[in-house]
Write a new protein. Structure first.
Length: 77
């Protein structure tokens, strides 16, 4: 953003663009972590009730870890 856009954003929102970006990235990671806990817990319950085998449970865990790493790379670099 150029200087005019930054000053217009700050005048209308009262927040610096970098602070807003930090908040939005924090929200994305919070939602991702809550979803990951839900997905892994659901897979664990399925595994403990013998509805999923160990390979399927590990696949859910690996997918979550991969998503977390990819999002970390794209959003934090």
């Amino acid at each position: 953003m150029n200087g005019t856009q930054v000053s217009a954003f700050q005048a209308n929102s009262g927040i610096a663009p970098s602070a807003m970006a930090t908040v939005l990235i924090g929200i994305v990671f919070a939602v991702l972590l809550v979803w990951g806990v839900w997905a892994i817990r659901t897979a664990y319950v399925g595994w403990s009730e013998s509805q999923l085998n160990r390979r399927q449970f590990l696949a859910v865990c690996i997918r979550f870890a991969a998503m977390y790493l990819v999002l970390s790379y794209f959003l934090l670099s």
